[in-house]
Design a protein around this ligand. Structure first.
Ligand code: NAP
Length: 323
C-alpha cells in the first residue's frame, strides 16, 4: 500500500480506502462485510468511509460491529462519517441539514453506531442552503475541540462555499476544513480538475474521492444491459440507474464501452485501470473503493501497481476514449 497525506494535514491515509455506500446494511450481511474489511486491512487499507444516511445508519452499525470484532488497534485505522441527509426516512426538520443542532446530534449518533470515541474525518455531506456557513464552521470547530472529530471537511460543496468556510475559520481562529469528498472518475472530471483547481494550493485541500468506477460503469458490466445482481439492478437504486443510464447527453455507456475495449487491448482489467487513473492525480489523497465481493476489492487494489505501468501517451489515449 501507498500512504498519502490528507491534503496539507499530517494524517497519512492509504491511497486506496474502502466505503460502505449501497453495500453495508443493504446488499451484504455482517459476515461478508467482515470479509471485505479484513481483506482491505490485509492489503494495507487504513481508512473506512461511512455516512449517517447509508442504509439509515445501518451501514455504520455493521462497520462498527466489524471493526470492534476484528480488534484492530484504534490508533491504526481511520473512520469517517458524514452529516446532512439524516438517518431516517422522511426526516423532521431538525433531523437533517447542517444546523448546529443536527451536526451535534448526528455526530453523537455516528459515534455510537460506529462504536468509537472519535471520528477521524467528518464531512458535511452537501451544502445546506438553509444554514449560514458560519454556523456550520462553528459547530465543526466545537466537535474538534471536544475531541469528537479530528479533521472535518465538505462533500460536493461548490468552490465558493468552501472559500466562505475558510474565510469564517480564518476570521475567528476556528479549525478550517481539511478535505473535500467529490465524485471523480474518467466520466466525471470537471469539478476536481477545473472548479477546485485554485483551492489545492490556496488551502492545502485534500480529496477523498468517490465512485472511481462510476458505480461500476467503468468495469464494463453495464455495456450490454443491467445485470440483476449488480448495483444498478437493485430496485431501491432505480433512481441511480436512471440518473446514470438515462442521460443521452452524457453517453456514459458508450464511453464505458470504448474504455473497456481499450483496457482489453492493453491486456488489463478495466476496473483497476480506472482506479489507477484516479490515483495519478496528485491532489487525490485517497481513492475510496466500493465492492460487493472480496474478489472485486482485491482486483481493484491492482490499481496501485497499474498506475505506474503505462506512459503518458497511453493515459492520454484512455482520456480521449472516455471524453
Ligand atoms: N460523498 C458522497 O456523496 C459519496 C457518494 C457516493 C459514494 N461515496 C463513498 O465512496 C465509496 C466508493 O463509491 P462507490 O461505491 O460508488 O465506488 P465505485 O467504485 O464507483 O462503485 C463500486 C461498485 O462497483 C462494483 N464493482 C467494484 N469493483 C468491481 C470489479 N472489480 N468488478 C465488477 N464490479 C465491481 C460493485 O457493485 P456491484 O457488484 O453491486 O455491481 C461496487 O459496489 C462509497 O462506498 C462511499 O463510501 C461518497
Amino acid at each position: 500500500m501507498q500512504y498519502r497525506r490528507l491534503g496539507a494535514s499530517g494524517l497519512p491515509i492509504s491511497a486506496l480506502s474502502f466505503g460502505a455506500w449501497v453495500t453495508f446494511g443493504n446488499q451484504l450481511g455482517r459476515g461478508e462485510a467482515r470479509n471485505l474489511i479484513a481483506a482491505a486491512w490485509d492489503h494495507g487499507i487504513n481508512y473506512f468511509d461511512n455516512a449517517e444516511t447509508y442504509a439509515n445508519g445501518e451501514a455504520e452499525r455493521v462497520m462498527g460491529d466489524v471493526l470492534a470484532d476484528l480488534r484492530l488497534p484504534r490508533d491504526s485505522w481511520c473512520v469517517s462519517s458524514k452529516v446532512y441527509f439524516g438517518a431516517v426516512d422522511h426526516p423532521r426538520p431538525t433531523q437533517r441539514g447542517l444546523s448546529r443542532k443536527h451536526v451535534h446530534d448526528a455526530c453523537n449518533a455516528a459515534l455510537q453506531r460506529l462504536r468509537v470515541d472519535y471520528l477521524d474525518l467528518y464531512f458535511c455531506h452537501r451544502p445546506d442552503p438553509d444554514t449560514p456557513i458560519a454556523e456550520t464552521v462553528w459547530a465543526m470547530d466545537t466537535l474538534v475541540r471536544q475531541g469528537k472529530v479530528l479533521y472535518w471537511g465538505t462533500s460536493e460543496w461548490p468552490a465558493h462555499a468552501i472559500r466562505e468556510a475558510h474565510k469564517v475559520a480564518r476570521a475567528h481562529n476556528l479549525v478550517a476544513p481539511t478535505m473535500e469528498q467529490p465524485q471523480y472518475n474518467l466520466l466525471h472530471r470537471e469539478r476536481v480538475e477545473l472548479e477546485y483547481a485554485p483551492l489545492y494550493s490556496e488551502y492545502g485541500m485534500g480529496l477523498t474521492i468517490w465512485s472511481p468506477l462510476a458505480s461500476g460503469l467503468l468495469t464494463g458490466k453495464y455495456n450490454a444491459g443491467v445485470p440483476a445482481d449488480s448495483r444498478l439492478g437493485q430496485e431501491r437504486f432505480a433512481w441511480l440507474r436512471d440518473a446514470l443510464l438515462d442521460d443521452p447527453q452524457a453517453r456514459r455507456v458508450e464511453r464505458a464501452r470504448k474504455f473497456t475495449a481499450l483496457a482489453d487491448e492493453l491486456g488489463v482489467g478495466p476496473a483497476p485501470l480506472a482506479v489507477a487513473w484516479c490515483l495519478r492525480n496528485p491532489h487525490v489523497s485517497t481513492v475510496m473503493l466500493g465492492a460487493s465481493r472480496t474478489e472485486q476489492l482485491v482486483q481493484d487494489i491492482e490499481a496501485l501497481e497499474m498506475a505506474g505501468r503505462f506512459d503518458d501517451a497511453t493515459w492520454s489515449r484512455i482520456e480521449a476514449a472516455t471524453a
